[in-house]
Design a protein around this ligand. Structure first.
Ligand SMILES: Nc1ncnc2c1ncn2[C@@H]1O[C@H](COP(=O)(O)OP(=O)(O)OP(=O)(O)O)[C@@H](O)[C@H]1O
Length: 364
């Protein structure tokens, strides 16, 4: 099973420019989490800080007892081996064919024989649907195939934590849907802890167990997917609906004058929030094992129910009721909500705000 990543009070600046501050969250072991945020809010910097490639000035990132921020270089190097990284462009060596690219970490970091390397590489190629393409150069394949090859390479050392930086960037909606399924299938097969950085609303709505969002140098929220997907927090609702109305502007933040003008004359019709249903999470492709994270997460989130905002709580209770496990409380409400066609919709304005009173406490 994957291992937990515990981030506490993380703060990063470049020179005098603060990127984000005081980020505290836990990536639960073996679960899939997504970090959303407008462009430039520091999502990639956050990913890099988890593996010690970027050095935050405050805070800690605990992975299996090693603080990726402050521990000795040798310990950080060892802990880094538990991670698999998938970068935006696949980060493949242009002069090597896919087989050699994917075999590279095995040849660099292990003493496996070539026959064993071939077995592992072909297995990973099959997982990402690239069997038959192993002889091709990165320049001869599509962007989506490069991403999948990058994912296969991230998997060869059997990582317990997988970090994916914008797995959808540059992909059409169909390829993005396949990528979403691939990520869920992967989690079912290897039960690794996963963090995906993305802007993509379909991935956000269908893939993760947990979601967070960065905005204005802060973590707006992080918790069970239902919290963010039912949130009325203006920045979250705007982001999830793709609306121009709200605090997010073309540059990272709108200034106060622009927000005041907008409040007087809200953007018309289609530019405003488009309600989105809280759609079910993707399940693994038939024939694959069940995701073990699902049951673990249900148990974990059951313990958080009292701290969740009402809309998120109703959505979680509906999920728990579907599982047919006995509910400790509010069973009848959950059943009613599960059947309620008016159940929480994204940006539909029915959910409770994630505010001071309602914000769930992040827990491990
Ligand atoms: N090495 C660096 N030195 C100085 N500034 C940097 C460095 N790396 C990143 N930044 C700055 O940190 C900010 C956040 O960058 P980052 O790439 O993490 O954003 P992001 O949220 O991933 O954006 P996008 O969604 O567009 O990929 C940017 O303004 C970027 O210019």
């Amino acid at each position: 099973m994957g291992i937990e990543v515990a981030v506490r009070g993380l703060t990063k600046s470049y020179g005098t420019r603060n990127i984000w501050q005081d980020i505290t969250l836990t990536l639960p072991a073996g679960e899939v989490s997504v970090m959303l945020g407008p462009s430039g809010t520091g999502k990639t910097v956050f990913l890099k800080s988890l593996i010690g490639l970027v050095e935050p000035e405050q805070g800690s990132v605990l992975v299996d007892g090693v603080d990726m921020v402050r521990s000795r270089e040798r310990d950080v190097y060892e802990a880094r081996k538990t991670f698999g990284l998938m970068f935006q462009d696949g980060a493949l060596f242009g002069s090597m064919n896919l087989f050699d690219n994917i075999a590279f970490p095995l040849r660099e970091h292990t003493r496996k024989k070539e026959s064993e390397i071939r077995r592992v590489v072909m297995e990973r190629l099959e997982m990402v649907g690239l069997i038959g393409d192993e002889g091709k150069l990165p320049g001869e394949i599509s962007g989506g195939m490069r991403k999948r090859a990058g994912l296969a390479r991230a998997l060869v050392l059997d990582p317990q934590i997988i970090l994916c930086d914008e797995p959808d960037s540059g992909l059409d909606p169909v390829r993005t849907a396949f990528t979403s399924q691939l990520l869920i299938d992967l989690n079912a097969q290897i039960d690794a802890t996963m963090l995906i950085v993305t802007h993509n609303l379909d991935i956000a709505a269908t893939v993760p167990d947990n979601m967070g969002m960065l905005f204005r140098r802060r973590l707006v929220t992080f918790g069970p997917r239902e919290v963010l997907l039912t949130s009325e927090e203006p920045v979250v609702a705007q982001f999830l609906s793709g609306s121009r109305s709200g605090p997010i502007g073309m540059s990272e933040e709108k200034d106060a004058a622009a927000l005041a003008r907008e409040a007087e004359a809200p953007a018309p019709g289609p530019l405003n929030a488009v309600p989105r249903k809280l759609v079910p999470q993707l399940e693994p492709t038939p024939g694959l094992p069940e995701r073990q994270a699902v049951r673990r997460r249900r148990e974990r989130v059951r313990g958080l129910l009292d701290d969740l905002p009402p809309a998120a709580r109703h959505a979680v209770e509906a999920d728990l009721a579907q599982d047919r496990a006995p509910l400790p409380r509010r069973t009848s409400t959950a059943r009613r909500d599960a059947a309620d066609p008016q159940a929480p919709t994204l940006a539909a304005g029915r959910a409770h705000p994630v505010g001071a009173e309602a914000e769930p406490k992040e827990r491990s």
